[in-house]
Design a binder for this molecule. Structure first.
Ligand code: MG
Ligand code: MG
Ligand code: MG
Length: 306
């Protein structure tokens, strides 16, 4: 009977690649393990599988009557449906311990590190199984993704050491470049209608009786938005015409750590005052602006006298 290896719902790169890597480890030990996932690939995960020529795992969302191994989670809510009607054979994870229980002893390997990929590297070593270049590439990508290129507070020395080793095995010369490619895929906006982009992450605020809308797009580079600016401006105009005093769109460059702020307002000078910057046409660069909640909105509230 095959064992289905599966990550959490809304699979991220770690969940997808950990399923592949753990299935490969068990296959190397002569076991019949199949890598699965609970939903479609994200653009980032699709790029990673393509980059390392890995097959797309099959979709599996119901554990009833199946033997399963869980990776990147141990919570029933994140696991395949009807887990109680299946049998959990192993758990490999890096989160707090969840609520999955078993009737039999199983392999349960959880480490307080930044990524399941880092845990899996240890498991390959414990089992004396060589990591292939392909699997090493997938694990490298997962660690970069989960630790946000080592910037996340969840990142540990073990994650950095794992990437150093795995990148060598995979023949990845520049892990920063790989991360940037992944970030570009994650923040891809091509083919998405401007109105949807404006509203992808958008909120309206009441500023002393004036309705102010603020949207945000997180980008690897402002170049990604270049071809979309006219469309976005038009979408902003239409949305402002629905009775708003101002509408702002934050084009946030997560690498340069700043925001190009697109503005349409009845009082543009008030918005300039809010951010102590000058509009060049309909936008202004604001260094260090990353957070709508912690930076953009409080500055607007001050300027509007809220
Ligand atoms: Mg995950
Ligand atoms: Mg993870
Ligand atoms: Mg994640």
């Amino acid at each position: 009977m095959s064992v289905y290896v599966v990550g959490h719902k809304n699979p991220d790169t770690d969940s997808v690649t950990a399923a592949i890597a753990y299935a490969e480890l068990m296959k190397a030990k002569g076991e019949d393990y199949i890598a699965c996932m609970q939903g479609e690939l994200t653009p980032e995960s699709a790029l990673v599988l393509d980059r390392f020529s890995a097959a797309t795992p099959e979709i599996m969302t119901d554990a009833s009557g199946k033997q399963v191994a869980l990776v990147d989670h141990s919570d029933i809510a994140q696991a395949p449906d009807n887990l109680a009607d299946g049998e959990v054979m192993a758990i490999v994870d890096h989160h707090k311990i969840g609520d999955v229980t078993t009737n039999n002893p199983i392999l349960f390997c959880n480490m307080p590190v930044g990524c399941t990929g880092t845990v899996l590297k240890t498991l390959f070593e414990l089992n004396g199984v060589a990591i292939t270049a392909q699997v090493a590439g997938l694990m490298t990508a997962a660690i970069l993704s989960d630790t946000v290129n080592f910037k996340s507070p969840t990142c540990t020395d073990a994650d950095k050491a794992a990437v150093a080793d795995l990148a060598k095995i995979a023949g990845i010369a520049d892990t920063d470049a790989l991360f940037m490619d992944m970030l570009a895929a994650k923040s891809s906006i091509d083919g998405v209608p401007a109105k949807d982009l404006l509203n992808r992450d958008y909120k309206d605020f009441d500023m002393k009786g004036k309705k102010v809308g603020v949207g945000q797009l997180e980008l690897a580079s402002l170049d990604q938005a270049a071809a979309h600016r006219d469309g976005l401006y038009k979408a902003m105009q239409e949305q402002k015409a629905e009775g708003r005093h101002s509408i702002l769109l934050m084009l946030t460059d997560v690498v340069k750590e700043g925001t190009d702020l697109m503005v349409i307002s009845d009082e543009p000078e008030l918005i300039e005052k809010a951010f102590d910057a000058k509009l060049d046409g309909n936008c202004m660069w604001i260094d260090g602006m990353m957070s709508r909640k912690k930076q953009t909105v409080p500055n607007l509230q001050n300027a509007f006298g809220c």
